[in-house]
Ligand binder design. Structure first.
Ligand code: FAD
Length: 687
């Protein structure tokens, strides 16, 4: 037999959609040896998902490209609800804010998925040698389970096939308008067909074997990786078909530049999404395909769905207003069920994320956002394990944290679909119809969920919630953790900085130069843990003494800062120690703080970017971060924030032991890490 070329990689990613790209992006930040392959010859250029929720924008900002999405996108500020009046004519019945005011420094925007993929590609390229390898797909996968717990092992063996250009560019039909049928799941899945085609094609006949430590299946709703693992999605047996039309509309409908949910009396409903470049997207639920038990769903006749059919539907719903177009940018018929996987990984070695593990309707604009957030959750964990910083046990928190989100999403989608697609009730006796009041309430509630801000991860070794009640997360045996060692937060010290949730942002001033910063801007996604000391009013001797006591312990030989930082690396390569105090700025200087909070570098002097103050700025008001977080300046607190901005722990300022115990429960001392990873970590994570 011919020996195939063989290579080793730390992480292999299959699929370069949003979920796969976010994963590669994290790997680029940690300097992890990674390959990312996609069977398609190109990225997508228009259409598909477009809504970016405010949490997603916060994440983009933490990677340094939030401003690109913010400036190119269309901003959605208001939702208008249109419903039939007593004579059956549609009227605007309500206006509500699109993003709940005050929940984030960003609001929901829309920009097509192709641009988002571009931002990721640029970001990955700027940080690493990782490049998406297009026209490459796996054809064989094996996991040696006996090696699953060995940190040095490469238990995954994958055979990759390089496709020819023709294979990687499936026929898009010869329509003049780009359409989503290219990657649509309405057309039969072409993975099998590609597999067959390549076996006959001599030109593209290169195979190679890759051994990997970890693997991600981010290969979309029809995931090949999921199939190989024998994992399934559970959920409703109904598939909905959505018509999606991206046009520059010519219309007399007054709210066409608002996000609208329009229910007609008897012609169905349409969701209007105003887009970038004068575009407007219309979403219409076209049909439902009922599934017969476990049998395949009734085949939808694709030829019956055309842009004209979608437009005519919209015209009926919008009547008496008129709508037409001359320019259509993209359209698709998008078939989707509401399903979620029971198991998100095989032995915490091969993981599934994004559409590969949950599918739902496009209405709430969640597909891309939740998929991105899956791997935003997973990426830093895998990278930390590969580098030897963290124990493999943290990988269990991926499923315990994300499966609940996926389940909530499916539940939300279920409720919302019915309300969106149902016919409005004619009167209170009309039980078949849906109540407009219920729809509005669901919309308002749904907005909080959809924003991504409401995510609240349960107790685990990396989320030290208060109280004895240990939430039994999915697949996560927290009860096994020794309770006497378990670190427990005191949420009352920062009532609105919730353990398990993402860190909200308010302005603070740099103590040394008075510049205002949004606190989140200091929490870049660079792989570091943040230990934030809210030292309180340090002009009061008691507060100052607490801060000093903590400083002494942190600076002492053998403190966790030292144990988990590679010798010779920058002190802040694993932990970024930040201080926010509440004494008057002009009466304070960084020299009032223990040196560990403002470290000295013999080549660069003091670090002026570690100490901040809650005070009035010259031009941007007073951020009131203590008040907004519910922290008493006379008491203060110490906070641990994960590399993905979620709050892990809140405790007293000078409880050094709790901080140490928290990190000791899952981190590996630098002296025990594999040598090659140690040197890489020094290079990549040090500023
Ligand atoms: P995907 O974006 O599907 O990416 C998967 C990637 O894996 C693709 O690049 C694919 O080529 C690759 N791949 C698949 N199989 C293999 C294999 N065997 N080997 C190698 N590579 C493979 N969401 C909305 O919110 N609104 C919309 O209007 C909307 N419209 C959509 C229209 C279409 C046609 C589709 C397919 C999806 C649409 N979505 C929409 C959903 C949204 O695009 C997804 O939720 C989101 O892209 C999920 O990201 P992902 O990375 O998990 O998967």
């Amino acid at each position: 037999a011919v020996q195939l070329p063989m290579s080793e990689v730390d992480v292999l990613i299959v699929g370069a959609g949003p979920a796969g790209l976010m994963m590669a992006n994290w790997m680029s930040r940690y300097g992890i040896k990674t390959r990312i392959v996609d069977k398609r010859g190109t990225k997508i250029f228009n259409g598909q998902a477009d809504g970016l929720q405010c949490r997603t924008l916060e994440i983009f900002d933490s990677f340094g490209f939030g401003h690109r999405a913010w400036s190119e996108s269309n901003h959605m500020l208001e939702i208008c609800l249109w419903n039939p009046d007593s004579s059956g004519v549609i009227r605007r019945s309500d206006r509500i804010p699109d993003t709940i005011p005050g929940i984030s420094r960003f609001q929901q925007v829309v920009l097509h998925q192709g641009r988002i993929e571009r931002f990721f590609l640029d970001s990955i390229e700027s940080q690493s040698n990782i490049r998406v390898e297009r026209g490459v797909m796996p054809i064989q996968l094996e996991l040696d389970e006996s090696l699953a717990e060995d940190p040095e092992a490469y238990p995954i063996t994958v055979t990759l096939k390089h496709l020819s250009e023709a294979e990687a560019t499936p026929d898009q039909g010869n329509g003049q308008v780009a359409n989503g049928l290219f990657r649509s799941n309405l057309s039969s899945d072409d993975t099998q067909e590609l597999l067959q085609r390549i076996s006959l094609d001599d030109k593209a006949n290169t195979l190679e074997v890759v051994k990997a430590k970890y693997m991600l299946g981010a290969d979309g709703a029809r995931s090949w990786v999921r199939g190989q693992l024998g994992l399934q999605l559970d959920g409703s047996s109904t598939d909905y078909v959505w018509g999606v039309l991206d046009i520059i509309p010519i219309t007399d409908f007054p709210d066409i530049r608002m996000r609208c949910a329009i229910h007609s009396a008897s012609s169905g409903s349409v969701m209007v999404i105003p887009r970038e470049n004068k575009l407007v997207r219309l979403y219409i639920q076209l049909t439902t395909t009922e599934k017969d038990g476990d049998q395949k769903g009734a085949k939808v006749d694709r030829s019956t769905i055309t842009p004209e059919v979608i437009l005519q539907s919209a015209q009926r719903i919008l009547h008496p207003y008129k709508i037409s177009y001359e320019y259509c940018d993209w359209w698709t018929a998008y078939q989707i069920g509401q399903r979620v996987g029971t198991c998100f990984s095989a032995r915490e070695r091969i993981f599934l994320a994004g559409d590969a593990i949950h599918t739902h309707s496009p209405k709430a604009g969640q597909g891309m956002n939740v998929s991105l957030q899956d791997t935003y959750n997973l990426g830093w964990k895998i990278a930390s394990v590969v580098k030897g910083i963290a124990d493999r046990s943290i990988l269990k928190t991926y499923q315990s944290e994300r499966r609940r989100i996926a389940q909530d999403l499916i539940e939300f989608d279920h409720k919302f679909s019915r309300l969106f697609s149902g016919r409005p009730a004619k009167d209170i006796m009309d039980n078949e119809g849906i109540s407009i009041k219920a729809f509005k309430e669901a919309f308002e509630k749904g907005n909080m969920f959809a924003s991504g801000i409401a995510v609240n991860y349960g107790t685990s070794m990396i989320v030290a919630k208060e109280g004895d009640a240990v939430e039994q997360g999915d697949g996560l045996d927290v009860s096994a953790t020794d309770k006497t060692l378990r670190v427990i937060s005191q949420q009352s010290l920062a009532t609105s900085l919730k353990v398990g949730m993402r860190t909200p942002s308010f302005k603070v001033l740099n103590q040394s130069d008075a510049r205002p910063w949004h606190f989140q801007e200091l929490l870049q996604s660079d792989g570091r843990w943040r230990v934030v000391i809210f030292a309180g009013d340090v002009s009061v001797p008691e507060q100052r003494a607490k801060m000093w006591r903590l400083g002494e312990r942190l600076a002492a030989p053998g403190s966790f800062l030292q144990r988990y930082t590679v010798s010779g690396a920058r002190y802040d390569s694993v932990f970024d120690l930040l201080t926010v105090h509440a004494a008057p700025r002009i009466e304070t200087s960084i020299f009032d703080f223990h040196e560990v909070f403002r470290p000295f570098d013999p080549h660069q002097g003091w670090d002026y970017w570690k100490i901040y103050v809650d005070d009035q700025s010259y031009h941007e008001g007073h951020g009131q971060i203590y008040r907004n977080y519910g922290i008493d300046p006379a008491v203060g607190c110490a906070v641990i924030i994960r590399p993905d901005q979620y709050v892990s722990y809140v405790g007293t300022v000078d409880d050094y032991d709790a901080l140490d115990r928290f990190f000791s429960s899952f981190m590996t001392p630098a002296s025990q890490r594999p040598a090659d990873q140690t040197s890489r970590s020094t290079r990549k994570l040090a500023n």
